[in-house]
Design a protein around this ligand. Sequence first.
Ligand code: BTN
Length: 307
Amino acid sequence: MKSWILNILQTQKGPVSGEAMGKAFGCSRVAVHNQIRELRKMGYPIQAGPGGYSMEKDPDLLYPFGFPENEKRMQHFEETDSTMDAARKAAQNGAPHLFVVTCDRQIRGRGRLDRKWDSHAGGLYFTMILRPDTSPQDAYLFNFCASVTLARVLRTLYGIDARLKWPNDILAEGKKITGILSEMACDADRIHYLLIGIGVNVNNHLNTFSREGTSVSQITGKPGSRKAILSLFLDEYEDLIGKEGWKDIVSAWKTLSTTLGKEVVVQTHKETIEGLALDVDETAALLVQEKTGRIRKITYGDCFIRH
Ligand code: BTN
């Protein structure tokens, strides 16, 4: 019912009375009023006037009922430790393929290689559960799909020249605007579930990584919409993993890449590899040509571009 009320308030030009809403929905005016009271508590700025209820500003909230098409496969927290942990719990309890856990703030948001991910209000933080019928070796490609999709979304919605840095960062004006972290539960030949966690700097203030980070609002000079980004992302991601073959995804990634053709330093758990970023192969591994001419295939690490 909340989703229905919001839709009415967002599409009607003038105020709508509780009685009219109740009649259309088949419930009492009091039931409508109770729902409106709950919505207000959640942060929806619904006003009551002589003509009825109205809502002029979209508060950019991420409650599942705000995404009627995906409502059943979403769970939202105002605050949680990390959406990775909440999503893992949901996956262990049987949450289906493409289930999404969102939140407004994370207490212990984490990044790749055990780093902290600043997760203040205003950013978009979510983890998607995937249950693909593929081998664990293909997991990286799902991350590639996520970075390609999100870069396309930032381009479409805000005209941001979003570029991809191997393996999964999205940069805008050379600074990080999105980070992607994936975790997986699998056996040797089967993925039980894959968690893809995405943090997008939208309207959040950037502290610890402000020199390297940027946000949608910093780039466009206007607030961005977390809801619009997530909504378009979910539609496009499902389309991309369903339609295009892996080759197409790797070539879409290459088209948006800011890594290939550059001198890079890649830090892995074991060593530091320096050289020219030649290509990514069909498994999303980075091929780096060292000074000696030797070509190294790197599947995991932190990549820095030499300027
Ligand atoms: C990185 O670039 O290091 C990856 C950052 C990933 C951050 C996201 S925010 C949502 C999800 N929950 C987390 O704790 N981390 C990921």
